[in-house]
Design a binder for this molecule. Structure first.
Ligand code: IVH
Length: 696
């Protein structure tokens, strides 16, 4: 893990090259631990920091971007994660029809081609909006599953498909060919989609835009355990390679698929002639809002399979079938108000409150406006008539404003400058770690904002902050609901609730005693954990350590932060002068400590604690002032221990080898860092030699 890094702007080209080489290896090793061994050795934040450092160096030296750069691997790595599978029969797509006239023409063309006068029978099936999948069964046993890919070659998702309960691992019934590729759609229902997004939001993770994306994202998880936790579903509707024919019509085939254990859409029907096609479409439009899953049209297929064979394919689509698509559903309504919702991280999302309107059978009263920039882009104003769209998407969107209908007195929307929480705290534009502004606005209320409290408390008790065992999300939620907890200091007053705790369900004598003991044990805390626990944006563990060392004591730190908040130039300069601390940290610290409620919270907390002064690095040891890199496996201590010890003795620990490195401690499995060290003529030692050097 990189602790002391040369600012990217100061790197020479050879240094940049050496560091990119090392980062590529280091990140790849973490990827393997995370994705394949399920055993990460660094926190997500530290991993992100490595990726960010890599990206920053690449941005300055674009010609040094490696073929195996971690920044290029995002998409590519995924493809590599899944082995290619060549479909026994290609997975083609369907031509689209958009109107009754198109459907009538489809039927006419089928009859012309087959030289028929009699009406043709078709199946009309819902067009499921998920992702298609081909599942190969041999002697009734699931042996392989693949995504569609480019139609010829897909990705092997067998392990993930095996976790989908609606997909049989073994076919039931009889009469299935020895080899059959079953084709159908993997999808997520509306309820499952909503629950998944709610959970992602609660965990502060990215939400999916619609059920289709969520299904695709879930199926293509590298870790099948994650897929297993997603309630994916499956409808079978077709087949690819078969070792022997098993039906004479599509309708009979669907029945067989059901007998073998698959779900088949119950809305499918068998209809006759063009009138049948049109009636089936109208019925499906009616049924659509009540299905509980997304469909984006109706698929018509010639029912007789011998006729399908005669009709064949034109380039990439069959002549025997067509997809009659629903038009994107649009409606006009009036924007009555814009409310602001505050997420758990303080991100503020504007929500349009609309005069209720039916779009495709669903009554819509709200639509997301995403962020302030989107409002500005649409120039949408309260009172405006807007065009609303629901397109295979459960979240309706405002497409545009109808300018002719704008009330004369409509004012441009002014994004609130205060959070809607009772504190009315100042709203800040979110910045990335490098200081760039993003489109997201956040409430600066942190712990004091009721919308953010829980997330903050979770951070406070987390392993690398106060590390309080037994105080997880469940307990925090319960204690917050009971009014026992509203700030970190309250945690240290929980012992006053011992009697009530003992009466609480699932809290026995032992667990209460342990919990209170764990809390007591943290009354004495290192300054860096104290700083990190506050959850100031952009102040990660490493920055907290740097700040702790820089200020020494909690008193000095808080005094300096008050001055930084007041923009005292000397105090700002002092903070800026600390290693690796830049604009984003300064801005975040200033914003945090400028809020009275944050300052009060910190003082209240401090009064509960003994915050240990930071250990100052030694200057009189064999390694003082040296930059050390640990690489490969360590056998006598963990990485964290080695790092802490080296730092205690006044060394700087870096994650990558450069000209500035003095010592490389290499254990078994050391790779490119060792090579770079040799190239740069840097002293390399074993773990034992290192331990001897630092005195055991
Ligand atoms: S039959 C030759 N039936 O729509 C293609 N496809 O554009 C035969 N789809 O890739 C496909 N529901 O992902 C068929 N009942 C259904 C379907 C369906 C959804 C999707 C499928 C296919 C795409 C065709």
């Amino acid at each position: 893990m990189a602790t002391v890094l040369t600012p990217v702007s100061d790197l020479t080209e050879p240094e940049a090259l050496a560091e990119l080489t090392a980062l590529a290896d280091e990140i790849a090793a973490h990827d393997i631990r995370y994705h394949q061994q399920d055993d990460p050795t660094i926190s997500d934040a530290d991993y992100d920091a490595l990726k960010r450092r890599n990206a920053e160096i690449e941005a300055r030296f674009p010609h040094l971007v490696r073929d195996n750069s971690p920044s290029l691997r995002v998409g590519a790595a995924r493809a590599e994660q899944f082995a290619p599978v060549t479909h026994g029969v290609p997975m083609l797509s369907l031509d689209n029809a958009f109107s009754d006239a198109d459907a009538i023409e489809f039927d006419a063309r089928v009859r012309r081609f087959l030289k028929l006068d009699e009406p043709v029978s078709y199946t009309a099936e819902p067009k499921i909006d998920g992702l298609s999948c081909s599942i190969r069964y041999e002697n009734g046993v699931l042996v392989q599953a693949a995504t569609r890919g480019d139609g010829r070659v897909g990705e092997d998702v067998t392990a993930n498909v095996r976790t989908v309960t609606e997909i049989p691992k073994r076919l039931s019934g009889t009469g299935f060919p020895d080899v059959i590729e079953i084709r159908g759609e993997v999808y997520l229902g509306h309820a499952e989609f909503a629950a998944l997004n709610a959970a992602a939001e609660a965990a502060g993770q990215k939400t999916y835009a619609n059920p289709r994306n969520a299904a695709a994202g879930s199926l293509r998880q590298i870790d099948p355990k994650i897929t297993a936790a997603r309630p994916l579903r499956f409808f079978a509707y077709a087949w690819g390679l078969i070792s022997a024919p098993f039906a004479e019509t599509q309708w009979a085939a669907l029945r067989k698929l059901r007998e073998w254990g698959f779900q088949v859409t119950p809305q499918s029907e068998c209809v006759k002639g063009p009138e049948g096609l049109l009636a089936a479409y109208a019925k499906m439009e009616q049924a659509r809002p009540h299905l509980g899953f997304d469909i984006d049209g109706v698929v018509y297929k010639v029912d007789r399979l011998d006729w399908q064979a005669r009709l064949g394919f034109v380039s990439r689509a069959p002549r025997w079938g067509v997809a009659r698509k629903f038009p994107a559903e649009q409606a006009r309504t009036v924007l009555e108000a814009i409310d602001i919702q505050v997420g758990r991280t303080g991100a503020m999302t504007p929500v349009a409150r609309l005069t209720p309107v039916t779009v495709g059978g669903v009554v819509v009263t709200n639509a997301t406006l995403h962020n302030a920039d989107e409002i500005a882009r649409l120039d949408v104003r309260i009172g405006d008539t807007v065009i609303l769209q629901r397109a295979g998407d459960v979240i309706p969107q405002i497409l545009a404003v109808v300018p002719e209908e704008r009330p004369a007195d409509a004012q441009p929307y002014d994004f609130p400058h205060a959070c809607p929480c009772p504190l009315h705290t100042e709203v800040v534009r979110e910045t990335t770690a490098s200081g760039a502004e993003t489109v997201v606005r956040r409430c600066s209320g942190e712990f004091a904002c009721p919308f953010q409290k829980l997330a903050h408390l979770r951070h406070f008790v987390s392993r690398r902050a106060f590390d309080i065992e037994g105080l997880g999300e469940k307990q925090l939620t319960l204690f917050t609901e009971r009014g026992w907890l509203s700030s970190p200091a309250d945690i240290f007053r929980l012992h006053e609730k011992r009697a009530e705790l003992l009466e609480t369900e699932r809290f026995g004598e032992t667990s209460v005693t342990n919990l209170l003991a764990n809390i007591e044990a943290r009354r004495t805390i290192s300054l860096d954990r104290f700083i990190y626990g506050l959850g100031v944006r952009h102040v990660g563990e490493t920055t907290a350590v740097v700040m702790a060392r820089g200020y020494g004591t909690v008193e000095a730190l808080l005094e300096a932060m008050d001055k930084v908040a007041a923009r005292d130039p000397e105090a700002v300069e002092e903070l800026d002068a600390l290693d690796q601390i830049g604009g984003a940290v300064i801005e975040a610290a200033a914003a945090f400590f400028a809020e009275d409620h944050n300052r009060a919270m910190v003082q209240d907390l401090k009064a509960q604690l003994q915050v240990q002064p930071a250990e100052q690095p030694k200057t009189d040891t064999a390694v003082a002032g040296k930059t050390v890199v640990f690489t490969g496996a360590l056998e006598r201590m963990t990485r964290d221990e080695a790092k802490a010890q080296a730092e205690r003795l006044g060394a700087k620990v870096s994650g990558s080898v450069s000209k500035k490195t003095d010592i490389v401690v290499a254990g078994p499995g050391a790779g490119s860092k060792l090579k770079t060290a040799a190239e740069l003529g840097i002293q390399v030692m074993t773990e034992d030699e290192w331990i001897a050097l630092v005195g055991g």
